[in-house]
Ligand binder design. Structure first.
Ligand SMILES: [Zn+2]
Length: 283
């Protein structure tokens, strides 16, 4: 499942390819045919992300159109540079939306959402989402307000998009490990100082993710070459402490990494480095 950094990266890449270009828009699969017809011929004005939601604004004369995309579990947005003047590549698979401009093509497949929003619908959607650590200057205060009132575990709360927008399973597990926080600690027992550390660390880790296109969460002193261990072999790539390392020795203490399912998703943690109650106001 793409985490927030993927959508911010996509927003940047779409802007690089299409900014100020006039778009040829289609829905080869047909399920977004009406929307595509409205967008066709409009100019790409901007794109941005909030959490796992991607938005593209286009314009035609004074009209503005706002496209909303959520990739969900299986969606992909494939971006290609192509030679100017070359024929568009053949459509492969179920392409919901195709954006074309000289030198660029973007194919959206399998999204959970691909729709046009009115301004009030956009505002309502943003209101339902928590703050996004990748937005410059965002202090996360609204997330803290929600966490400090909740009896749910911190590990569960970090995944809720109405608490924090954009954090997924990898960042959730890794940021809690990096600060030695018990994932089952109720939000209302989390110490404010620990929260501030978690938030600023998420800002840094996710910004790294946008930059390198991969989730790396291991501090320099725990890199494979420093510790003399083998690099991680995993289709997710990236060096991590606990994510998908169930049963493997913790990189810091050697305790086998634990896993359990919460809210339908696998949680990973080290029971020694993140003991019960760790991160609470009591210490
Ligand atoms: Zn450990």
């Amino acid at each position: 499942v793409p985490e927030g950094h993927t959508l911010h990266r996509l927003a940047h890449e779409l802007s690089e390819l299409f900014l100020d270009r006039r778009l040829t828009v289609s829905s080869p699969q047909g399920r977004f045919a009406d929307g595509a017809a409205l967008l066709d011929g409009s100019r790409f004005l901007e794109s941005h992300a909030h959490g796992k939601h991607l938005f593209v604004t286009t314009g035609w004369r004074r009209q503005r159109f706002l496209l909303h995309v959520h990739l969900g579990l299986y969606g992909t947005f494939e971006l290609l540079h192509r030679r100017r003047g070359a024929d568009p590549p053949a459509v492969r698979g179920q392409v919901r939306l195709r954006l074309l401009a000289p030198g660029a093509v973007a194919d959206l497949r399998g999204p959970t959402a691909c729709e046009l929003l009115r301004p009030d619908e956009y505002d309502a959607l943003i209101d339902r989402l928590g703050p996004d650590p990748l937005h410059a200057g965002e202090d996360g205060e609204l997330a803290w307000q929600r966490i400090q009132r909740s009896p749910s575990g911190v590990g569960s709360l970090l995944m809720k998009q109405d608490v924090i927008a954009g954090v997924g399973n990898v960042y959730r597990a890794e940021v809690l490990f990096r600060h030695g926080v018990d994932p089952f600690l109720p939000g209302r027992q989390l110490a404010h100082a620990v929260w501030l550390d978690l938030w600023s660390d998420l800002q840094g880790l996710m910004a790294d993710g946008v930059r390198i296109g991969r989730i790396d969460t291991v501090r320099d002193e725990h890199l494979p070459e420093v510790m003399g261990r083998d690099p991680r072999q995993d289709r997710h790539g990236g060096e991590v402490y606990v994510y998908r390392r169930a049963g493997d020795p913790c990189l810091l203490c050697g305790t086998p990494v634990s896993t359990t399912v919460i809210d339908g998703r696998n949680l990973f943690w080290c029971a020694s480095c993140q003991p019960r109650g760790a991160g609470s106001m009591a210490g």
